[in-house]
Design a protein around this ligand. Sequence first.
Ligand code: NAG
Ligand code: NAG
Ligand code: NAG
Ligand code: NAG
Ligand code: NAG
Ligand code: NAG
Ligand code: NAG
Ligand code: NAG
Ligand code: NAG
Ligand code: NAG
Ligand code: NAG
Length: 799
Amino acid sequence: MANSFSILILILFILILFIHLLHNSHAQPSSLSKHFTQRVEQHDQPFLRSQDQTFSCGFYPVGTNAFSFSIWFTNSTNKTVVWTANRDSLVNGHGSEISFQHDGNLVLRDVNGSTVWSTSLISFPASTLSLLNNGNLVIISSSSTIWQSFDSPTDTLLPDQPLTKGIKVISAMVRGGISSGYYTLYFDNDNVLRLIYDGPVISSIYWPLSGLTVFEAGRTSYNSTRLAVLDRTGNFISSDGFSASASDLGPGIRRRLTVDYDGNLRMYSLNISDGTWEVTWQAMRQLCYVHGLCGENAVCEYLPGLMCSCLPGYEMNDPSNWNRGCRPTYNYSCNPTQSRFVEVPKVDFYGFDLWYSTGISFHDCKLLCLRNCTCTGFSYRLDGGGLCYPKGTLFNGYKTSNFNGSFYLRLPTNSNNSILDTISILNCTNSSSEISIGTSTMFHTGRNDPKWSYLFIFTAVLGALEILIIVAGWWYLFKGTDVPKSVEEGYKMISSQFRKFTYSELKEVTGKFKEEIGKGLSGVVYRGVLDDKRVVAVKKLSDVKQGEEEFWAEVSVIGRINHINLVRMFGFCSESKHRLLVYEHIENQSLDKHLFNNNMKLQWNDRFKIAFGTAKGLAYLHHECLEWIIHCDVKPENILLTRDFEPKIADFGLAKLSKRDGLGFNFSHMRGTMGYMAPEWALSLPVTSKVDVYSYGVVLLEMVSGCRVSGGLNDGNGRDLRSLRKEVKQVLASGDISSIMGLVDMRLQGQFDPEQAAAMLRVAVTCLEEDRNQRPTMDEVVKVLMAFEERKEYSSNSW
Ligand SMILES: *[C@@H]1O[C@H](CO)[C@@H](O)[C@H](O)[C@H]1NC(C)=O
Ligand SMILES: *[C@@H]1O[C@H](CO)[C@@H](O)[C@H](O)[C@H]1NC(C)=O
Ligand SMILES: *[C@@H]1O[C@H](CO)[C@@H](O)[C@H](O)[C@H]1NC(C)=O
Ligand SMILES: *[C@@H]1O[C@H](CO)[C@@H](O)[C@H](O)[C@H]1NC(C)=O
Ligand SMILES: *[C@@H]1O[C@H](CO)[C@@H](O)[C@H](O)[C@H]1NC(C)=O
Ligand SMILES: *[C@@H]1O[C@H](CO)[C@@H](O)[C@H](O)[C@H]1NC(C)=O
Ligand SMILES: *[C@@H]1O[C@H](CO)[C@@H](O)[C@H](O)[C@H]1NC(C)=O
Ligand SMILES: *[C@@H]1O[C@H](CO)[C@@H](O)[C@H](O)[C@H]1NC(C)=O
Ligand SMILES: *[C@@H]1O[C@H](CO)[C@@H](O)[C@H](O)[C@H]1NC(C)=O
Ligand SMILES: *[C@@H]1O[C@H](CO)[C@@H](O)[C@H](O)[C@H]1NC(C)=O
Ligand SMILES: *[C@@H]1O[C@H](CO)[C@@H](O)[C@H](O)[C@H]1NC(C)=O
């Protein structure tokens, strides 16, 4: 009896053991204590899975036939990898295998049998391999840990995973990639936790922010513990005094801290319900302060969304990779007599100063740079009586309106820009908007250019994340801006012409925002029809951060403005986060469409009419309104035309609405459009109506020449426009009116009024004075043009 009982027990025991083994080999065990091998062909099945199922490890498909041995979050979309054994030597998709050996080693072999990676331990026969619930892959022998993946992080730290002395967390090379890139989080020799760009040519630390001392950055170098760890509630604490917390602080959330491919250190929280990640903290709020992103001789700009561009006279080294920077398109000359400087406003380069001088004039700074062959340019700003930083290598370039100075790039005098000194610049019969002479790639927006498509993807990818954060931020901000009901009712209607709309009303008016008729920096414009059959343009502002009352105050000023050359505003909508403006609809598109499109020919009569009308509209804004309004963004895109080519200026007053302060970008103060912006924007002088006068001057030149003369300016290469202006001045001074012919749009085939053209050019030249006090007011411009408007009565418009 006892015998059969013990046999029963034995059978039961064997059965349990068998089931246990079966379980182990099929339903992804969390640990192994016996020899086990998995081939890469079985990659659908994880090698191990943590007990709570959060983490899996096994073969991870990196390319179509390339695999790594990795640990990932089981339930995140696209299986977010947190650790990889062989990030820089992938294995073949056929015949490779991972095995946990009798001697306690974990070994990864490629198809030809070569060991790609191994834990390389001396023999520990009776050991166990486990994937723990915190994502740590460990080998344990007689209850002590002899190896763990936490000791060799790749680009990610998990909660409880310590970053200690000698350990580096290195970014991936590309988004979603595995192989190591150039950005590293580590403890420096001075015990401070840092981020460094360690690229092929240079290396430089950018976090804590360059320029701050350890103390200023809130760190200390006295604690030599060198330990940083993310805890389970979302606090990241370092022994150098640094600490950061997740915005969703609290236990029970799956988090990771990753050095992203763009050099930013970000904390993410997993959304269990849909497997996506949300950024809950990041080290760099300004991506352009990450070093090396755009490479040598390039400038980083945050718009928002990251954008790299080459310096004027430079072109990309590798059109597919901004990290490789730009190279000059000319032969560098050291001879001072063959060098000149091109201003690149608001741009500075971090580091690589040859030396620096304070209290020095611009002229002396320039001379110092000219005399030294290693000097490729200098950064100059006026504070402190003049600060001069001559540079050798040009790395870590960034553009920010916060920088109260400019960079001056050394170029040979015979570089391509000198072509601008000849009249051919105005010959744009071939392609109307391409005058990118000598400036190759900077800020050029030719979307058909393949090397730009890469940039757009790059920008989009980086931008998407930022937008996500911004959108989230706005949501928070607008959530709480409920205006008391009484206030709303009181302001409901100011006149029958100008009123407040509800959002649902506008939704109906525009047929659920069906027909998009325009898109600008400030927002998208939709066509709509009001109840009384008036056709309107409804502009959805994308950029307003004001509360309802402030918004109302600004908009009501604009709403009261009524002038034939200004687009009429019929009303607005301000409801929770929605900010919309309702304008009269102007049917004949904007000036740029007529001017720069080869298929459209804008007659001389109409050009003059537009120039004159635009001047009148601006003069009204500057001098006659109740509250003077500076437009800040005068350009052909903002000059709309009626059927009979009467101009109507759009978007005035918007500059005041688009206050972006407080969101944390520093690129916020820049308004207006590159190429039309007056030089004082760069000098941080107070903005006066003279900025509009300058922009108007650019538009005038464009109307006469039919060319996008502002195009070449985008790169900050002020000389393009300057030399053009010089040339126009010379032609005018020569008194030979026939030579004006060469400056006027060829498409007119001589059908223009030379007196009017000369007047417009004369006005343009004075409007473009560097010194704003020398520029005329819009009133004066109107007076000058008026004289020629009347002239029209007597003269035929042919040459
Ligand atoms: C992962 O998702 C599966 C279903 O998709 C679910 O059954 C499981 O509980 C999830 N695991 C975790 C750890 O969230
Ligand atoms: C997952 O990958 C697919 C295809 O590569 C991609 O379209 C998708 O955006 C990714 N999802 C996330 C959350 O990264
Ligand atoms: C196995 O293949 C890899 C690359 O495919 C190669 O580098 C390595 O030398 C090969 N090893 C042997 C033993 O053939
Ligand atoms: C140094 O840092 C460690 C870890 O953060 C901390 O425990 C310790 O108290 C610090 N020592 C001093 C002297 O502050
Ligand atoms: C998680 O995702 C779901 C679906 O996208 C969403 O409804 C939910 O608000 C998200 N949760 C968090 C905490 O973001
Ligand atoms: C630069 O100099 C080299 C040799 O001196 C010459 O071959 C090349 O054409 C020059 N490049 C330019 C852009 O002038
Ligand atoms: C000027 O530009 C043309 C084409 O844009 C280029 O072929 C030429 O090498 C450039 N010359 C100099 C001196 O940079
Ligand atoms: C140029 O500047 C560097 C750095 O300050 C200096 O070492 C070098 O002597 C200077 N060369 C000349 C010719 O002045
Ligand atoms: C730039 O100038 C503005 C106004 O003159 C000033 O408020 C700001 O602090 C300056 N910025 C720097 C970095 O000096
Ligand atoms: C402009 O270019 C055309 C052909 O490209 C040429 O025939 C014409 O002479 C040029 N005009 C001037 C003013 O250079
Ligand atoms: C216009 O095109 C012709 C032929 O394609 C070319 O020779 C000429 O240089 C071009 N002119 C300008 C100003 O680009």
